[in-house]
Design a protein around this ligand. Structure first.
Ligand code: ADP
Ligand code: MG
Length: 398
């Protein structure tokens, strides 16, 4: 494959204009498709659901399971390069696609991010130099491992090594007896038990890295989670102290370099009471905490995903406005005064409000249906507006 893949150019591989593909049809894929199309690429989405957020807006939609050989062959035949939008795409799928076309991130990087045990080992190796640690933890693979757990890990959080997201596949445990029960409830699969830390704050850093090793970063995002799900992201100068900010950026770059990563990578951190940073987990794709970048930066995380995939130069993104992003879960629809009809008109009458809905047909509790980003010239004004929107839509305080 000859890079860069220029938008609008006729591909020698397909005979059609350059086409970027994405495995997975969720909201992240939708925003990737939006960014790719705006730059002049064609898009293709592989997703079994006929009404997926990304499939609905793509030039080509291939309705097949992520590991369906026919679907993968169809995707490979119409694309010049392929990326993913959710991390539980089977690594084997990326491996198969990589035999005939450019795939980023690699199956190897994704498989490390899919497994908390391998992910933690990678963090220990690559973030220590930046002074960032991981939470004390133990790997639980068998009943014998349960009894060997040191007492200092209680109270702890038991997490399945694979397939967890939005706080799913997790249980808080206070004792050995609790732990044994929780492990049975989680299906006796491979898990990690982490010490439950007292968090002063949570933040994340998103980087984009090219095939040539060029790396650019977004400013750290200050994140508030409710019930294990991201609720609010705030980005403005001074959202976290500059020393922590530099440390988190440094650690994220080192983690990405250590994976020889190509694409957009997000790393989540805990800030402890004493100001020290603990690295929590990574997502080998754009991240919910980076959605503000569409409205508040000159290049969004999705623009950079497109550039990294196509082998274009990566511009260092610039935050041009302070921003607060509010996630809109299905609860907003279910609890609206008029059921299923949140009052967007009132939210949008306030200055600097940007509504993003993902086109999902059914609102369910805790389901991510959209988000709303508030921008403005000063963080105080942004905060006031975001607080009014949150109140009006029945979101919690932040
Ligand atoms: P997920 O893959 O579901 O996002 P995380 O490991 O990021 O899983 O956990 C979700 C949230 O739970 C975190 O953002 C944080 O608020 C809380 N949490 C997770 N691990 C710990 C821990 N060791 N100590 C304290 N809080 C934690
Ligand atoms: Mg997380």
């Amino acid at each position: 494959m000859n890079f860069p893949l220029l938008p609008g150019a006729i591909s020698r591989h397909t005979g059609a204009p350059m086409t970027l593909g994405v495995v997975g049809g969720g909201q992240l894929g939708r925003m990737f498709v939006h960014a790719a199309q705006r730059m002049g690429y064609r898009s293709a989405v592989l997703e079994p659901d006929a009404n997926s957020p990304a499939g609905l807006v793509s030039h080509v939609q291939i309705k097949a399971a992520y590991d369906d050989p026919k679907g993968l062959a169809e995707l490979a035949a119409c694309c010049d390069a392929v990326t993913t939008e959710f991390e539980n795409v089977p690594a084997q799928t990326l491996h198969t696609l990589a035999a005939t076309l450019a795939v980023a991130p690699s199956a190897q990087a994704v498989s490390i991010a899919q497994d908390r045990v391998r992910e933690k080992a990678h963090f220990v190796q690559f973030s220590a130099e930046s002074g960032v640690t991981v939470a004390p933890y133990a790997v639980i693979e068998s009943a014998a491992d349960l009894t060997a757990v040191p007492a200092k890990l209680f109270p702890g959080i038991l997490k399945t090594a694979c397939l967890g997201y939005d706080g799913k596949g997790q249980a808080t445990v206070n004792s050995l007896a609790d732990l044994a029960q929780a492990w049975v409830r989680l299906g006796q699969v491979r898990c990690v038990l982490e010490q439950k830390l007292t968090l002063a704050a949570e933040c994340s850093v998103i980087v984009a890295r090219g095939r040539d090793g060029q790396i650019v970063h977004f400013p750290p995002q200050l994140n508030l989670h409710r019930d294990g799900i991201l609720a609010v992201t705030q980005v403005f100068d001074g959202n976290i102290p500059s020393q922590q900010s530099e440390q988190a950026i440094e650690a994220t770059k080192s983690i990405a370099n250590g994976l020889n990563y190509v694409g957009v990578l997000c790393v989540e951190f805990f800030v402890l009471q004493d100001g020290s940073l603990v690295v929590n987990e990574m997502a080998p794709r754009p991240h919910n905490s980076g959605h503000y970048s569409v409205d508040a930066c000159d290049h969004s995380q999705f623009d950079l995903q497109v550039c990294a995939l196509a082998g274009l130069p990566l511009p260092q993104p610039r935050l041009h406005s302070p921003a607060i992003m509010l996630n809109l879960l299905g609860d907003v629809w279910l609890d609206a005064a008029v059921p299923s009809q949140p009052d967007w008109a009132t939210s949008l009458s306030l200055p600097g409000t940007h509504l993003h809905l993902y086109g999902k047909l059914e609102a369910k509790r805790a389901r991510k249906m959209g988000h709303l980003t508030v921008t403005g010239s000063h963080i105080e004004q942004v905060r006031q507006t975001a607080a009014r929107v949150a109140k009006q839509l029945g979101l919690g305080e932040f």
